[in-house]
Design a protein around this ligand. Structure first.
Ligand code: BDR
Ligand code: CA
Length: 333
């Protein structure tokens, strides 16, 4: 389903995605982009502990569903902690709730009773080969569990397009990006599973900045969903300014959704990616080998550039499409 699903006859088939996330300010915007854009069909939303505890990020996901008027999409909670290590969260970026800034409405959506990994397995096995793309925007624990539960999903999934990693320096440590650093063992499983994996890392997401101009455009939409995003970006801007000195916040997670719906927004290069599991100062680093053209059988790729102006056009357009659905859903509530 997507906000634009009904009545899109004659348009090219939308790409069906499972969004596995830890909302999270930028995860929220990723979810709204996936819901609002007519070229994406949201098959499920699954949650994983990361930016905050599983309980908090799941509650946040359901609150976003209500704000955006998301209906007909299963939501399932997954792993409460990484495969091997204790959970690390990021309250200094996302606040105590994981989604500080806007008022969060009480969720209306019922959670699917299945573990996220089981829901992913069930949906992939029930789909045609190549039908489903998995878009993780949190740590990769659920996806690794799904692979270990049912390795046969690897050949049925079209591709994995994830926000995480970096080849030019991290944010959680000098070497590692947060989503990979939280659960490097899971990342190792996912990058090495043999399905196509595209890493949308800090190398591009640090160029997807919500500048004053972008925030003005979102504000001008004057819809409930846009106001919610405006409040999210207000908090996010202050977090990134005070913790990392950014003049405008990098909005990471929607970049992965955007790459699925319009690959021409990015430059992507095939390259081997190894996950550092044991380095004293580099644990969680994505070691990307860009020394030479990769072999044809290399299954991993990395995004190396983004057309940020067109990316924001796509995001603003998708937010604009959410308005009628959101208002109708609120009226029915
Ligand atoms: C990633 O970490 C999280 O805090 C964000 O939601 C994003 O997925 C960026 O490093
Ligand atoms: Ca995230």
């Amino acid at each position: 389903m997507s906000a634009g699903s009904p009545g899109r006859k004659g348009e090219p088939l939308a790409r069906k995605i499972i969004l596995d996330c830890d909302p999270g300010h930028d995860d929220a915007i990723a979810m709204m982009l996936a819901w609002g854009h007519p070229d994406i069909e949201l098959a499920a939303v699954t949650t994983v502990a990361g930016n905050q505890t599983l309980e908090k990020v799941t509650r946040n996901a359901l609150a976003i569903a209500r704000v955006a008027g998301i209906t007909g999409v299963p939501f399932a909670a997954g792993a409460a902690r990484p495969l091997v290590r204790p959970l690390e969260t990021a309250p200094e970026i996302h606040g105590a709730s994981g989604l500080d800034g806007p008022a969060l409405p009480e969720p209306h959506h019922e959670l699917d009773p299945r573990h996220a990994a089981q829901l992913i397995v069930d949906l992939v096995l029930a789909s045609d080969p190549g039908e489903i793309t998995i878009v993780p925007t949190g740590s990769l624990t659920n996806i690794a569990l799904a692979v270990r539960t049912a390795p046969e999903i690897v050949d049925r999934v079209r591709e994995v397009v994830l926000m995480g990693g970096a080849y030019g320096g991290g944010n959680w440590s000098a070497a590692a990006e947060f989503n990979i650093a939280v659960d490097p063992e899971a990342a190792d499983i996912v990058f090495g599973a043999g399905w196509p994996v595209t890493m949308v890392g800090l190398d591009v997401t640090h160029r997807a900045l919500a500048t004053a101009d972008v925030r003005d455009r979102i504000h001008a939409l004057a819809t409930p969903a846009a106001r919610f995003v405006g409040d999210l970006l207000g908090f996010f801007a202050e977090s990134y300014r005070s913790t990392q000195g950014f003049e405008a916040p990098p909005v990471h997670d929607p970049c992965a959704v955007a790459l699925v719906l319009d690959p021409t927004l990015f430059t992507v290069r095939r390259a081997p990616v190894a996950i550092e599991l044991s380095g004293t100062h580099t644990r969680g680093m994505t070691v990307v080998d860009l020394r030479a053209p990769a072999r044809e059988d290399c299954r991993t790729s990395v995004a190396t550039d983004i057309d940020a102006d067109r990316f924001w056009d796509v995001v603003v357009d998708a937010l604009a499409r959410i308005a009628p659905q959101s208002a109708r859903a609120e009226a029915r509530a």
